[in-house]
Design a protein around this ligand. Structure first.
Ligand SMILES: Nc1ncnc2c1ncn2[C@@H]1O[C@H](COP(=O)(O)OP(=O)(O)OP(=O)(O)O)[C@@H](O)[C@H]1O
Ligand SMILES: [Mg+2]
Length: 469
C-alpha cells in the first residue's frame, strides 16, 4: 500500500492519553477537550500498529454513536485505510484489524457481547453507563498470546449521568489527577481479584486549540455550577444534577453556615432519634441514624452503607445479618436507653412472596432483631422534602445536616442525576439508596410549606402520661 499520512496532531493531553500504560484510563471531565477525537484516534493507531486486532468503541445508543464517534472517525481516518460496513457498524482496516462501533443502552443488552473478543475497549461518555455494563464488557477483554498485546480500557466522559458517582469514585477521586493508582478489582465473571492501574487525565476545552472561541464563550454563559462542570471539569457539579443546592464547605463545619456537612458533636440525649432503612442485597442497603433538634432540624450522625469497595455493589447479606449489624452499631444508644423510631422502605413489608424482609429482621426464636414502621415511598413528595430540608434559611442554616463521618452519603447524594425520561424524578439506575433512606425519614417528619416553622416535636418522657410531653 502507498504511504498514507494521517492528519492528526494531538494536544499535549491527548498525547498523554495515547502514551499512558495504565490499564484503565478516564480522559476528560470538561466539554470540548478533544475526548471523542482522542478515542477514535487511539483506536485507529492501536489497530494499525497491531494487525488483526479488534477495537470496540461503546456509546450508550447508536444514534449518539452515529452523531459523534462514527462521524468523527469518518472525518478523521483516511478513506483508503478502511471499508465501512454501515449495517454492521464496523470498519475493516486494510491490515485485518476491525473497529466495531457498539451501543449498550441497558444492562440486559450487555449479554449480547458474551462471545466478543475485545483487544482495545473504549467507552465514550462513560458516566452514561452503569458499572455492571463496564465490568461485564471488560470481562470480554482477552487476547491470544501470539498477538503480543496487552488489552486496555480507555474511556472519556463529562461529569453527570447515571454513572457519575461510580466514575468519580473509581477515577476522579481515587488519586491526584494524572497519577496512576493501583486498585484491587474483583471480577465476578472469574471470581478472582486482580490489581489494575487506573488513571484520570483531565482535559479542558481551553486546552484544545481546535475548538472555536465561540464554543468556549457559550460555556462561559452557563449558570455557575454548570459552567464549573463544563468549562473547568469540576465533578462536584454537573448538568442534570438534582441537588444543586448541596454544599460541603469544610471552612464552615464548625459554625454550620451555608454547608450541609458539619463536624460531629455530642448529640443531646433529649433529642428524638430516628433510623431510616432502604433495603438491598445485590445492590447496597442504606441505614441512616438521625437526631432532631427542638426546631425540627435533622442531623444524620451515622450511616451504614452495605456496599463493597465497588460503588453501587451490594455486600449481599441477609435481612437478619443487617438487623444484627444495626444493633451492633447502636451500643451508645442502648447504654443511654434511647428510643429509636425506625422507618423503612414499605416494600420490605410485602408478604406476597413469603416472609417479608421486615419480618426476617424482627426478633424471633432467641435471635435479636428490630421492629420498623412502614415509610412513605411517594417519590416526588419525598424528593421535595429533601429539597425543602436542604434549602438554606436566611440565617444560612438548612433543616438537615450530615456529620462529616457519613462519607457515603456525602459521596452519593450530590452525585444523583435526573431520570432522562421522567425529568422531575431521580434516575433510579444511579446510586440512590442513601437518598431513598433519607426520603423515608423526611416523609415521616415532613416540613411544612415554605415560610412556616415545623410543628414542635414530641419528646419522649417516661414520667408524663403516655410517655410524651
Ligand atoms: N488533535 C486534534 N486535531 C484536530 N481537531 C481536533 C483535535 N482534537 C479535537 N479536535 C476537534 O475539536 C472538536 C472537539 O473535540 P471532541 O468532540 O473530541 O471533544 P469532546 O471532549 O469529545 O467534546 P464533548 O464534551 O462535546 O463530547 C472537534 O471538532 C474535534 O474534531
Ligand atoms: Mg465527545
Amino acid at each position: 500500500m502507498a504511504r498514507t499520512s494521517i492528519d492528526y496532531i494531538p494536544t499535549p493531553k491527548q498525547a498523554m492519553f495515547h502514551a499512558t500504560d495504565a490499564n484503565e484510563v478516564l480522559f476528560g471531565g470538561a466539554a470540548g477537550g478533544g475526548k471523542s477525537k482522542a478515542i477514535v484516534m487511539d483506536a485507529l493507531s492501536r489497530c494499525l500498529r497491531f494487525p488483526e486486532t479488534h477495537a470496540y468503541i461503546f456509546r450508550r445508543t447508536y444514534r449518539e454513536l452515529e452523531d459523534t464517534i462514527i462521524a468523527e472517525a469518518k472525518a478523521s481516518y483516511p478513506s483508503e485505510l478502511y471499508n465501512y460496513n454501515g449495517s454492521r457498524h464496523e470498519m475493516k482496516l486494510f491490515n485485518g484489524s476491525y473497529i466495531h462501533f457498539r451501543h449498550c443502552a441497558a444492562v440486559s443488552d450487555m449479554y449480547s457481547y458474551q462471545g466478543a473478543e475485545i483487544h482495545w475497549l473504549y467507552f465514550d461518555e462513560l458516566t452514561h453507563f452503569e458499572i455492571e455494563i463496564y465490568d461485564y464488557i471488560k470481562s470480554r477483554l482477552r487476547s491470544k498470546k501470539s498477538l503480543g498485546i496487552t488489552p486496555i480500557v480507555r474511556s472519556s466522559s463529562n461529569p453527570g449521568g447515571t454513572g457519575h458517582s461510580w466514575v468519580k469514585a473509581m477515577f476522579v477521586d481515587a488519586a491526584p489527577y494524572m497519577q496512576k493508582v493501583e486498585q484491587r478489582i474483583f471480577s465476578k465473571a472469574t471470581n478472582k481479584d486482580k490489581i489494575i492501574t487506573t488513571q484520570y487525565i483531565p482535559s479542558l476545552a481551553t486546552e484544545n486549540p481546535y475548538i472555536s472561541d465561540d464554543y468556549i464563550f457559550e460555556l462561559e454563559q452557563k449558570p455557575e455550577a454548570l459552567r464549573k462542570a463544563l468549562l473547568e471539569g469540576n465533578w462536584d457539579a454537573f448538568e442534570g444534577q438534582v441537588f444543586t443546592e448541596w454544599r460541603d464547605d469544610p471552612a464552615h463545619y464548625i459554625d454550620r453556615k451555608n454547608t450541609h456537612v458539619i463536624e460531629p458533636f455530642e448529640v443531646p440525649l433529649t433529642w428524638p432519634r430516628f433510623m431510616s432503612f432502604d433495603h438491598g442485597y445485590s445492590k447496597p442497603f442504606a441505614v441512616c441514624w438521625w437526631a432532631m433538634d427542638r426546631e425540627g432540624r435533622l442531623y444524620q450522625y451515622r450511616e451504614w452503607y452495605g456496599c463493597t469497595s465497588r460503588p453501587n455493589d451490594g455486600i449481599k447479606i441477609t435481612p437478619r445479618q443487617i438487623a444484627e449489624g444495626i444493633l451492633a452499631r447502636e451500643e451508645s444508644e442502648r447504654t443511654e436507653n434511647l428510643h429509636i423510631t425506625r422507618i423503612a422502605d414499605p416494600a420490605i413489608f410485602d408478604e406476597s412472596r413469603g416472609f417479608s424482609v421486615a419480618v426476617q429482621m424482627e426478633p424471633s426464636m432467641g435471635c435479636k432483631g428490630i421492629y420498623m414502621e412502614k415509610g412513605d415511598n411517594t417519590r416526588l413528595a419525598g424528593k421535595m422534602q429533601v429539597h425543602e430540608r436542604l434549602r438554606f434559611g436566611d440565617d444560612g442554616r438548612p433543616m438537615v445536616y450530615v456529620f462529616n463521618t457519613c462519607k457515603e452519603t456525602i459521596r452519593t447524594l450530590p452525585a444523583l442525576p435526573y431520570d432522562p425520561t421522567k425529568p422531575e424524578d431521580i434516575d433510579t439506575d444511579a446510586e440512590d439508596h442513601l437518598f431513598d433512606s433519607w426520603r423515608y425519614c423526611f416523609m415521616a417528619n415532613p416540613l411544612p410549606v415554605i415560610g412556616r416553622r415545623p410543628k414542635p416535636v414530641k419528646v419522649f418522657d417516661p414520667f408524663t402520661q403516655g410517655g410524651f410531653k
